[in-house]
Structures are given as structure tokens and as C-alpha cells.
Design a protein around this ligand. Structure first.
Ligand SMILES: NC(=O)c1ccc[n+]([C@@H]2O[C@H](COP(=O)([O-])OP(=O)(O)OC[C@H]3O[C@@H](n4cnc5c(N)ncnc54)[C@H](O)[C@@H]3O)[C@@H](O)[C@H]2O)c1
Length: 273
């Protein structure tokens, strides 16, 4: 299905990341992947020792898991909050003659969730609000922008991002500030679908997935009881990462005319409540 096709996969922290399942499935279907992860780049300035250690550890885990599970896939550092980093990455792909047939946005961060507890929205600072929005939503625009600017993202490509039902409904577990960023991410998906569809034939879709504790982000946010509750409420039980990987591959399939969709891969959770 993906012979001679190359996709950018963002958001791999380790082998348990949702993005990793998608990357494996693309390779299984004959495609190639370029993977980006967080690490210390020449564009980071004034990092504290703690921040440097965190980023270095993140990059080591990312690189090790890619090499172990995705063979010789290219790995690059990408912090989506730094424009220079995104542009440098896009230019580098252009210089190497790498053309992308699409990319997966699997990036989110919300510092108002700590120890599985969420800060009340009324207490969220402007910085906390804007940081979450920047990393988790605006980055979809910025990454698309630089990949297009440097001619890396091809006409007819497919972009997919990962969302959650909390973009539309209040949930029973720690999601407040990030819900707003997910709502923005979904709106950006729809607006980009119109803009890039008309101009470049590029498709843009988002998928709302079930709660999943296996990843670093999921583990930092969710409690076992939360996952059990949604499993019980979903007619088919919670969706698993492979369900998501199949859907991402479906949306990445060349020649499709699916765009501007907010799809649910959640065992039917969204029809309940
Ligand atoms: N786990 C769940 O329950 C769940 C459910 C629905 C949707 N999602 C979404 O799926 C996506 C992937 O999450 P996951 O569960 O695989 O967790 P994960 O921790 O494996 O992935 C989150 C990724 O975001 C990256 N990231 C954070 N800040 C970044 C930045 N500034 N620049 C570049 N990358 C940055 C992290 O390095 C990490 O790789 C997220 O958008 C998340 O909201 C997760």
C-alpha cells in the first residue's frame, strides 16, 4: 500500500508511544518513516541542568526504541515550539531530497496535570494555557507551514493528528486545560483541510482515541479506574493502539478523498453518556 511512500512520524517517546504503532504498521505495508523526538538541539538556549537531562534521556529512549523497532529509520530532534528547529528540520529533509507523503502529529503536553491531578481551569496561568496550546495545537500549523515552505510535503499528502473526546465533552478524569488545546487542534484540522485541500490536494484529519495508559503521557495523566470506566462505557470496550494504527494507515492511503474528519477510534465510547 505504501511502496515508495515516506511519512513523518512525530511523538515517539519510546516503544509504547501511540506513534510507534503507526510507524510499525506503515513499514509493514511497505512504506518508509522519518521519526522525530524531543532532545537538546542547537536551538535550545538557557536550558537548566534538569531540563537538559530530561531532554537527553528522552532522546536516548526515542533513538533506542526507533532502532530496535523501526530498523534504520531516520531519527531527528524536533521541538515543535521552536520555529528555527522546525525550519532547520524541513530544510534538512529538502537538502536530502526527502519528499513526504504525509505526517502524523502525535504531540501533546500540559503541565497543569501533575501526579494524575488536574489544576482547576480557573487557576490556569496565561503561560500554562499558551504553552499547552502551542505544543499541542498550534504546532500542527507550524510543522505543516515549514514542510510546505521547503517543498517537502507533496501535493496529495495526508496529515493526521491525535485527539481525544475531551475536545467536545467534559470527561471524568484529569482533562481541563488540554481539552481546550484538543478542541483547537480539531478546529485547526478542519480549517487546514479546507485551505490545503484546495491549494495542494492535501488531506487533514484527526482521530479521537480511547484512554491508553501504556504511553508516558497516558501514564502521567490517567488512573487505572479511568481506563476501566471508559472500557465499561464503550460498547466494544476501549480501542487498542493497533486499532489506531490501522486507522492512521487508512487515512494515509494514497488517492483517498477523506478530509476534514474528526474520527473516533474509541470502541464506541462517543455514542454513550
Ligand atoms: N494516551 C492516551 O490516552 C491518548 C488518548 C487520545 C489521544 N492521545 C494523544 O496521542 C498523542 C500521543 O500521545 P501518547 O499517548 O502516545 O504519549 P507519548 O508520551 O508517547 O507521546 C507524547 C509525545 O509528545 C512529545 N512532545 C511533547 N512536547 C513536545 C515538543 N515541544 N516538541 C515535540 N514533541 C513533543 C513527547 O516527546 C512525546 O513523544 C498525543 O497527542 C495525545 O494527546 C493520547
Amino acid at each position: 500500500m505504501f511502496t515508495n511512500k515516506t511519512f513523518l512520524i512525530t511523538g515517539i517517546a519510546d516503544e509504547h508511544s501511540l506513534a510507534m504503532y503507526a510507524a510499525k504498521e506503515i513499514i509493514k505495508n511497505g512504506g518508509k518513516v522519518v521519526c522525530t523526538g524531543l532532545g537538546v538541539s542547537p536551538f535550545h538556549h538557557n536550558l537548566s541542568d534538569k531540563a537538559k537531562a530530561f531532554l537527553n534521556q528522552n532522546f536516548e529512549d526515542f533513538k533506542r526504541s526507533v532502532h530496535e523497532f523501526l530498523g534504520d529509520a531516520m531519527v531527528e530532534i524536533l521541538d515543535v515550539t521552536i520555529d528555527e528547529n522546525i525550519e532547520h528540520f524541513a530544510k534538512d529533509l529538502a537538502q536530502k531530497g526527502i519528499k513526504l507523503d504525509g505526517f502524523l502529529h502525535a504531540i501533546a503536553m500540559d503541565k497543569t496535570i501533575r501526579n494524575k491531578e488536574v489544576k482547576p481551569l480557573i487557576e490556569v496561568t496565561k503561560d500554562e494555557f499558551c504553552d499547552t496550546m502551542n505544543v499541542s495545537a498550534y504546532s500542527l500549523i507550524r510543522v505543516s507551514h515549514y514542510l510546505l515552505k521547503h517543498g517537502v510535503l507533496q501535493d496529495g499528502a495526508s496529515i493526521c493528528s491525535l485527539s481525544y473526546i475531551a475536545a467536545a465533552k467534559v470527561t471524568f478524569h484529569p482533562y481541563r486545560n488540554i481539552s481546550i488545546a484538543k478542541a483547537a487542534l480539531e478546529r485547526i484540522t478542519v480549517e487546514l483541510a479546507d485551505e490545503l485541500g484546495r491549494k495542494h490536494g492535501i488531506r487533514v484529519n484527526a482521530i479521537r482515541f480511547s484512554p491508553y495508559m501504556g504511553s508516558k503521557a497516558g501514564n502521567a495523566t490517567l488512573k487505572i479506574e479511568d481506563v476501566a470506566t471508559s472500557n465499561k462505557m464503550s460498547p466494544l470496550g476501549n480501542a487498542v493502539p493497533m486499532d489506531l494504527a490501522y486507522e492512521i494507515c487508512h487515512l494515509f492511503r494514497p488517492e483517498s478523498r477523506i478530509t476534514g474528519e474528526i474520527r473516533h477510534v474509541d470502541g464506541g465510547y462517543h455514542i454513550t453518556g
